[in-house]
Write a protein that binds this ligand. Structure first.
Ligand SMILES: NC(=O)c1ccc[n+]([C@@H]2O[C@H](COP(=O)([O-])OP(=O)(O)OC[C@H]3O[C@@H](n4cnc5c(N)ncnc54)[C@H](O)[C@@H]3O)[C@@H](O)[C@H]2O)c1
Length: 431
């Protein structure tokens, strides 16, 4: 397979050109002929102009690449190796929503032919590729997995906003439905991943490996969030405790904070959901989710208590929230827990303004009904520094608190300013 791809006798197709699919498609397009397919015509139109609709890839990343963008399924017939990177979110009941994955599987099933490979990259629970996706590939194609076509799974591990650990410098886990496909899939990825690949023993093992990477982070952050609430009651600053504890060589470095986004706050639900099918109640995983999902509400209530301690009348109070993206220095606003916090503050009748130079104004309005402000409009009773964007941290404390009418509160999620002397009348608090 790899020889045919490199010699361009056949093509590689990437299905779903979002945060994961586009970088992988462009990377393969350095070496082989790639078809980038997405159901969204508007995204395809932008991609054809060298614009990444997710605003992660620069226009230079498109230059000199052998890639053709399309939303026409028929174009995929020229490909023999399919990489599927469509979203796997949760629904409003926090259950896996496999809609996009199943519909992509059906679509790919309509265009594959004997000898083809289909590799899934979307994050799923163990067993999903073989139990949920393969039956659709078989039903649509009339072909049999193993004999007619092969399937693999290779999870994406990119860390949004991280310029050090990037697609090609992160070792990639690969797998296949049998020994031959396991080897072929590994070789295809080895052609672009400088850090090399790890051949997992089965598709299920590769699926499980990916999902526990994020679940492990979620649980550890939940532990920090629990400690933060406990230490607050005890009058101890959690970040000072963590600084001291981190001097031990085997202490794990995690911090309290909001867990939003499309991975860490979502993937554990996939695992917990699958566990139930086996009659197992995933107690730690679910407890971690519950703690992390509550954090936005917890901080809002804490801010309200602080304002009441300053004799503020809540319905006359104005709050500036800095940052809405799910983490620092990225534009992604999916599952923003800051939005939960804003709603909770508003439920106490506090007027809230949100600013975020990284987020798209229309997207935020569409998703959360919040109109972002460009700059502070002044006379705030409090500031919540929710996301530690470099642009915010570059501000001097005086600039930050300039828009406050004192007495006022300053909530600094990640304790960035905890070692600064607060100006008079500013009550400071961090997680
Ligand atoms: N974003 C990350 O940092 C990251 C990291 C690791 C793993 N993942 C996983 O990778 C997968 C993709 O995530 P993402 O962040 O790239 O999602 P995304 O929302 O950025 O992009 C998905 C793309 O797929 C397209 N799409 C949806 N349904 C389709 C279909 N049926 N056929 C073709 N295209 C379709 C959408 O239009 C969109 O362009 C998810 O399973 C996610 O959990 C994401």
């Amino acid at each position: 397979m790899i020889d045919h791809l490199i010699s361009k006798k056949t093509k590689l197709a990437v299905v779903g050109l979002g945060y994961v699919g586009l970088p992988i498609a462009l990377e393969f397009a350095r070496k082989m002929s790639v078809i980038g397919y997405d159901i969204r015509q508007d995204r395809v139109a932008l991609l054809r102009q060298g614009i990444d609709p997710s605003r992660e890839m620069e226009p230079e990343a498109f230059r000199g690449k052998d890639i053709f963008f399309t939303h026409e399924l028929e174009d995929l017939r020229q490909a023999s190796f399919f990489v599927v990177a469509v979203p796997t979110p949760i629904n409003e009941n926090k259950q896996p929503d496999l809609g996009a994955l199943l519909s992509a599987s059906r679509a790919v099933g309509r265009v594959i032919k004997p000898g083809d490979y289909v590799v899934f990259e979307s994050t799923v629970y163990p067993g999903c590729t073989e139990k949920d996706c393969v039956p659709l590939l078989e039903a649509e194609s009339g072909l049999r997995m193993g004999t007619d076509f092969k399937v693999g799974y290779s999870p994406e591990r990119i860390n949004p906003g991280d310029k050090v650990h990037t697609l090609t410098t992160i070792r990639k886990v690969t797998s296949g439905c049998d020994a031959e496909s396991s080897e072929q899939v590994a070789r295809v990825y080895e052609s672009i991943i400088e850090a090399g690949v790890f051949r997992a023993s089965s598709i299920k093992v590769a699926e499980a490996a990916k999902i526990i990477e994020n679940t492990q982070r979620d649980i550890n952050i939940a532990f920090m969030n629990e400690l933060s609430q406990l230490f607050d009651l005890m009058g101890i600053n959690t970040f000072e405790v963590l600084e001291a504890a981190s001097t031990k060589w085997n202490f794990l470095r995690f911090h309290p904070g909001l867990v939003g986004g499309h991975c860490i706050g979502v993937d554990p639900y996939y695992l917990a959901h699958k566990a139930k099918e086996f009659g197992y109640h995933a107690k730690i995983i679910e407890a971690g989710r519950a703690i992390n999902d509550e954090m936005g509400h917890y901080v809002a209530k804490k801010a309200v208590k602080m304002m009441l301690a300053q004799d503020k009348v809540l319905q006359n109070s104005r709050m500036l929230v800095m940052g809405i993206t799910f983490k620092e220095n990225v534009s992604d606003i999916r599952n923003s827990k800051v939005a939960d916090m804003v709603r909770e503050l508003e439920s106490f009748r506090v007027t809230v303004e949100v600013m975020d130079p990284h987020a798209d104004v229309d997207e935020v309005f569409h998703e959360y009904g919040l109109r972002l402000v460009d700059s502070p409009s002044g006379a705030y009773d409090g500031i919540i520094l929710a996301v530690s964007h470099k642009r915010f941290l570059g501000l001097a404390l005086d600039e930050l608190v300039a828009s406050l009418r004192r007495p006022a509160i300053f909530v600094d999620f990640k304790a960035n300013f905890r070692n600064h002397e607060m100006p008079e009348g500013v009550l400071y608090w961090s997680l």
